[in-house]
Design a protein around this ligand. Structure first.
Ligand code: SF4
Length: 422
């Protein structure tokens, strides 16, 4: 039995009783033709923008094929495409898709992994839209980046749209226009999380700012404070707050910016005193974790180590034993002595995969209800088979292309991140 067949055989079906939304048991193509939305499992707080890309219906042969047939067709297409293809699978992607990935990792690791395959003309990114954009920014002009389902977006990334950030920036520039600048620092440095559109990465590139990941957010904030009196951090308030708090910045100097309110819902005095202005964005997956879940895990599993992703709310991160990126969590579990017990606050597909990869430990998700990232869920082997077989026929579907001028500015912000050192 091949490792792919073994992986597929160990799949656990999502049962309607245990999942946060019974529609997660259905094929994602059922949600490709309606209104723009994030699909089953997204929270009530997530409202997809009207211009959210829609997938449209894929051919019936891919919607109706059995798992075994799709596996055979994907493997055959991969074989035919050979070195001209690289398939990337994000940690939060479902196992049935990750089974075909040449690289598995976080968004930035995957974009960099694709760079090691210079001969790959096609980069098929089994993640979400901003990840495919980042891969396109970093790849060569000859390479095409493909997102198997165009509706695989990211609700957090969409919470900071370009026009709202531009408007915020104008208000802040007006507010700080007469500030004493004898210290030589900028009034504000914009910092965007990797989970943002290419347009926002370009925005920060143009305005002296920088990109961060969940692995290097503290280093990036230090870089920013060497150049500015404050930081405007978007879109994830939780990563910004958790990171700044760990650096000793008091909460009262971290006002929130709600783009729907005048002055972001804050006031001039607070914004003058601010060190980090936090955009009102969040990840619906990580927002589900609570301190009560941690308390219950400690009672039910004495000695459990709680690891939380920094996209979780601050009380959860504070109550955890450690917090870190997906890479950190993966390494912490791998390095632990056999018999360790981990309660993990991050996306269910990654936690289940860690549990399967480490039978020597007990690894479980803190959220007892299975609620995967609703947008990653939109990619299913049927879409992968569809885009790969089209490539075999010489047709590039679902290409993600960032305009050259946007890519150039975004690359400046990404390169600043790479150059930032602790
Ligand atoms: S887990 Fe959250 S931040 Fe990550 S892609 Fe899904 S919605 Fe976006």
């Amino acid at each position: 039995m091949s490792s792919i067949q073994a992986t597929l055989q160990t799949l656990k079906l999502v049962s309607p009783e245990a999942s946060c939304n019974t529609d997660l048991t259905k094929g994602p193509w059922l949600f490709d033709t309606g209104e723009a939305d994030y699909g089953p499992g997204s929270s009530q707080d997530d409202v997809a923008p009207a211009d959210t890309p829609r997938q449209g219906e894929i051919p019936a042969e891919y919607r109706e094929a059995s798992d075994a047939e799709l596996t055979a067709r994907i493997l055959a297409a991969k074989e035919t495409l050979g070195d001209s293809l690289v398939v990337l699978g994000h940690h939060y992607q479902r196992d049935e898709v990750v089974a075909f990935a040449d690289f598995v990792g976080d968004s930035f690791q995957l974009a960099n992994a694709a760079l090691t395959r210079e001969q790959a003309r096609y980069i098929v990114f089994c993640g979400v839209h901003f990840m495919a954009e980042t891969a396109d920014i970093l790849s060569t002009q000859e390479q095409a980046v493909i997102l198997p389902n165009l509706a695989a977006g990211c609700s957090m990334a969409d919470m900071a749209d370009e026009s709202s950030v531009e408007e915020c920036w104008e208000q802040l520039m007006d507010l700080y226009a007469h500030e004493d600048s004898s210290d030589g620092l900028a009034a504000v440095i914009p910092v965007t999380y990797m989970n943002s559109s290419a347009a926002l990465k370009a925005f920060v590139g143009k305005h002296g700012g920088i990109v961060c990941t969940s692995s290097n957010a503290a280093t990036v904030l230090e870089w920013a404070f060497e150049r500015g009196r404050r930081v405007l951090f978007f879109p994830d308030q939780h990563l910004g707050r958790n990171t700044a708090k760990a650096m000793g910045i008091p909460l009262e100097r971290m006002p929130m910016w709600n783009p729907r309110k005048p002055l972001g819902g804050s006031d001039e005095a607070t914004l003058h005193d601010a060190k980090v202005i936090l955009w009102h964005g969040f990840c619906s997956v990580h927002k589900r974790f609570t301190v009560a879940q941690i308390e219950r895990a400690r009672v039910e599993h004495p000695g459990v180590q709680i690891l939380a992703h920094p996209e979780c709310p601050m009380p959860v991160v504070d109550a955890a034993d450690a917090a870190g990126s997906t890479d950190y969590i993966q390494k912490a579990v791998a390095a632990a002595p056999a018999g360790s017990v981990f309660g993990i606050a991050t996306e269910i597909n990654m936690v289940n995969r860690l549990a399967a990869e480490h039978p020597e430990h007990t690894v479980f998700c803190l959220d007892p209800v299975i609620c995967p990232c609703s947008t990653m869920y939109r990619i299913h082997p049927g879409y992968l088979a569809w885009v790969l077989e089209s490539l075999v026929d010489g047709v590039v579907l679902n290409r993600i292309e960032v305009p050259a001028e946007v890519a150039a500015d975004a690359k400046v912000a990404l390169e600043r991140m790479l150059a930032a050192r602790p």
